[in-house]
Design a protein around this ligand. Sequence first.
Ligand code: MG
Length: 164
Amino acid sequence: MRIGHGYDVHAFGPGACVMLGGVQVPHDRGVVAHSDGDVLLHALCDALLGALGAGDIGQHFPDSDPQWQGASSRVFLRHCASLLAAGGWRLVNADLTLLAEAPRLGGHRTAMRGNIAADLGVDIGRINLKATTCEGLGALGRAEGLACHAVVLLRRADGAGSAG
Ligand code: MG
Protein backbone atom coordinates (compact mmCIF):
# COMPACT_ATOMS: atom_id res chain seq x y z
CA MET A 1 0.00 0.00 0.00
CA ARG A 2 1.05 3.58 -0.50
CA ILE A 3 -0.30 6.82 0.98
CA GLY A 4 0.06 10.32 -0.45
CA HIS A 5 -0.84 13.85 0.58
CA GLY A 6 -1.27 16.90 -1.63
CA TYR A 7 -1.95 20.56 -0.94
CA ASP A 8 -2.62 23.42 -3.31
CA VAL A 9 -3.72 27.04 -3.05
CA HIS A 10 -4.73 29.66 -5.58
CA ALA A 11 -5.42 33.34 -5.14
CA PHE A 12 -8.64 34.80 -6.49
CA GLY A 13 -8.32 37.18 -9.43
CA PRO A 14 -10.37 38.57 -12.27
CA GLY A 15 -13.06 36.29 -13.65
CA ALA A 16 -16.57 35.02 -13.19
CA CYS A 17 -16.07 31.35 -12.41
CA VAL A 18 -13.77 28.91 -10.65
CA MET A 19 -12.84 25.49 -12.02
CA LEU A 20 -13.26 22.87 -9.29
CA GLY A 21 -13.09 19.15 -9.90
CA GLY A 22 -13.48 19.78 -13.62
CA VAL A 23 -16.70 21.74 -13.08
CA GLN A 24 -16.97 25.42 -13.94
CA VAL A 25 -18.54 26.93 -10.81
CA PRO A 26 -19.97 30.44 -11.15
CA HIS A 27 -18.34 32.92 -8.76
CA ASP A 28 -17.76 36.66 -8.55
CA ARG A 29 -14.04 36.08 -9.20
CA GLY A 30 -11.74 33.66 -10.98
CA VAL A 31 -8.36 32.32 -9.84
CA VAL A 32 -4.82 33.38 -10.73
CA ALA A 33 -3.24 30.36 -12.43
CA HIS A 34 -1.18 29.20 -15.39
CA SER A 35 -3.50 26.28 -16.09
CA ASP A 36 -7.24 26.34 -15.37
CA GLY A 37 -6.32 26.65 -11.67
CA ASP A 38 -8.38 23.69 -10.48
CA VAL A 39 -7.22 23.56 -6.89
CA LEU A 40 -9.00 20.27 -6.16
CA LEU A 41 -7.34 18.45 -9.03
CA HIS A 42 -3.93 19.99 -8.35
CA ALA A 43 -3.97 18.81 -4.74
CA LEU A 44 -5.19 15.39 -5.85
CA CYS A 45 -2.45 15.09 -8.49
CA ASP A 46 0.18 15.95 -5.90
CA ALA A 47 -1.23 13.33 -3.53
CA LEU A 48 -1.10 10.69 -6.27
CA LEU A 49 2.42 11.69 -7.32
CA GLY A 50 3.47 11.68 -3.69
CA ALA A 51 2.14 8.16 -3.18
CA LEU A 52 4.00 7.05 -6.31
CA GLY A 53 7.21 8.75 -5.19
CA ALA A 54 7.06 10.64 -8.47
CA GLY A 55 7.72 14.19 -7.37
CA ASP A 56 5.09 16.89 -7.72
CA ILE A 57 2.81 18.44 -10.29
CA GLY A 58 5.23 21.30 -10.97
CA GLN A 59 7.87 18.83 -12.15
CA HIS A 60 5.46 17.08 -14.51
CA PHE A 61 3.70 20.22 -15.78
CA PRO A 62 5.98 23.26 -15.25
CA ASP A 63 4.11 26.56 -15.13
CA SER A 64 6.94 27.99 -17.22
CA ASP A 65 5.85 25.77 -20.13
CA PRO A 66 3.45 27.60 -22.49
CA GLN A 67 2.03 24.19 -23.44
CA TRP A 68 0.09 24.18 -20.15
CA GLN A 69 -1.26 27.74 -20.44
CA GLY A 70 -4.96 27.48 -19.65
CA ALA A 71 -4.74 23.68 -19.73
CA SER A 72 -7.52 21.57 -18.27
CA SER A 73 -6.28 20.07 -15.03
CA ARG A 74 -8.11 16.89 -15.97
CA VAL A 75 -5.22 16.34 -18.41
CA PHE A 76 -2.89 16.41 -15.40
CA LEU A 77 -5.11 14.00 -13.49
CA ARG A 78 -5.29 11.55 -16.40
CA HIS A 79 -1.50 11.70 -16.65
CA CYS A 80 -1.31 10.70 -12.98
CA ALA A 81 -3.79 7.89 -13.67
CA SER A 82 -1.53 6.60 -16.45
CA LEU A 83 1.45 6.65 -14.08
CA LEU A 84 -0.56 4.65 -11.54
CA ALA A 85 -1.47 2.06 -14.15
CA ALA A 86 2.08 1.88 -15.50
CA GLY A 87 3.41 1.29 -12.01
CA GLY A 88 0.84 -1.41 -11.27
CA TRP A 89 -1.10 0.65 -8.71
CA ARG A 90 -4.82 1.17 -8.15
CA LEU A 91 -6.53 3.86 -6.13
CA VAL A 92 -8.18 2.56 -2.95
CA ASN A 93 -9.72 5.93 -2.10
CA ALA A 94 -9.17 9.65 -2.24
CA ASP A 95 -10.36 12.17 0.34
CA LEU A 96 -10.32 15.87 -0.58
CA THR A 97 -11.02 18.88 1.63
CA LEU A 98 -11.65 22.26 0.02
CA LEU A 99 -10.90 25.29 2.19
CA ALA A 100 -12.87 28.26 0.93
CA GLU A 101 -15.33 30.86 2.17
CA ALA A 102 -16.85 30.68 -1.32
CA PRO A 103 -17.86 29.31 -3.71
CA ARG A 104 -19.79 26.54 -2.03
CA LEU A 105 -19.72 23.08 -3.59
CA GLY A 106 -23.47 22.77 -3.29
CA GLY A 107 -25.06 20.83 -6.09
CA HIS A 108 -21.76 20.43 -7.97
CA ARG A 109 -20.30 17.86 -5.63
CA THR A 110 -21.53 14.75 -7.43
CA ALA A 111 -20.39 16.04 -10.81
CA MET A 112 -16.92 16.78 -9.42
CA ARG A 113 -16.64 13.33 -7.84
CA GLY A 114 -17.84 11.81 -11.10
CA ASN A 115 -15.17 13.63 -13.12
CA ILE A 116 -12.43 12.51 -10.77
CA ALA A 117 -13.70 8.91 -10.66
CA ALA A 118 -13.89 8.81 -14.46
CA ASP A 119 -10.36 10.18 -14.91
CA LEU A 120 -8.96 7.68 -12.42
CA GLY A 121 -11.06 4.77 -13.66
CA VAL A 122 -12.61 3.98 -10.28
CA ASP A 123 -16.08 3.86 -8.77
CA ILE A 124 -17.39 7.22 -7.58
CA GLY A 125 -17.72 5.76 -4.09
CA ARG A 126 -13.92 5.82 -3.79
CA ILE A 127 -13.83 9.62 -4.13
CA ASN A 128 -14.87 11.77 -1.19
CA LEU A 129 -15.13 15.53 -1.35
CA LYS A 130 -15.51 17.75 1.71
CA ALA A 131 -15.49 21.49 2.18
CA THR A 132 -14.98 23.84 5.07
CA THR A 133 -14.73 27.57 5.53
CA CYS A 134 -11.89 29.07 7.55
CA GLU A 135 -14.25 30.92 9.88
CA GLY A 136 -12.95 34.26 8.62
CA LEU A 137 -9.40 33.55 9.81
CA GLY A 138 -6.32 34.33 7.70
CA ALA A 139 -6.03 34.92 3.96
CA LEU A 140 -8.43 32.09 3.09
CA GLY A 141 -10.87 33.36 5.69
CA ARG A 142 -10.73 36.80 4.09
CA ALA A 143 -11.71 35.10 0.82
CA GLU A 144 -8.45 36.06 -0.90
CA GLY A 145 -8.21 32.59 -2.40
CA LEU A 146 -8.97 28.95 -1.89
CA ALA A 147 -7.00 25.82 -1.03
CA CYS A 148 -7.35 22.06 -0.94
CA HIS A 149 -5.87 19.13 0.96
CA ALA A 150 -5.96 15.68 -0.64
CA VAL A 151 -5.07 12.28 0.77
CA VAL A 152 -4.94 9.10 -1.29
CA LEU A 153 -4.33 5.42 -0.63
CA LEU A 154 -3.03 3.09 -3.36
CA ARG A 155 -2.93 -0.70 -3.55
CA ARG A 156 -1.17 -3.06 -5.94
CA ALA A 157 -3.36 -3.67 -8.99
CA ASP A 158 -2.51 -7.38 -9.04
CA GLY A 159 -3.59 -7.85 -5.44
CA ALA A 160 -0.09 -9.00 -4.51
CA GLY A 161 1.47 -8.41 -1.11
CA SER A 162 1.06 -5.03 0.46
CA ALA A 163 4.77 -4.28 0.84
CA GLY A 164 4.70 -2.38 -2.50
MG1 MG B 1 -2.28 24.80 -8.43
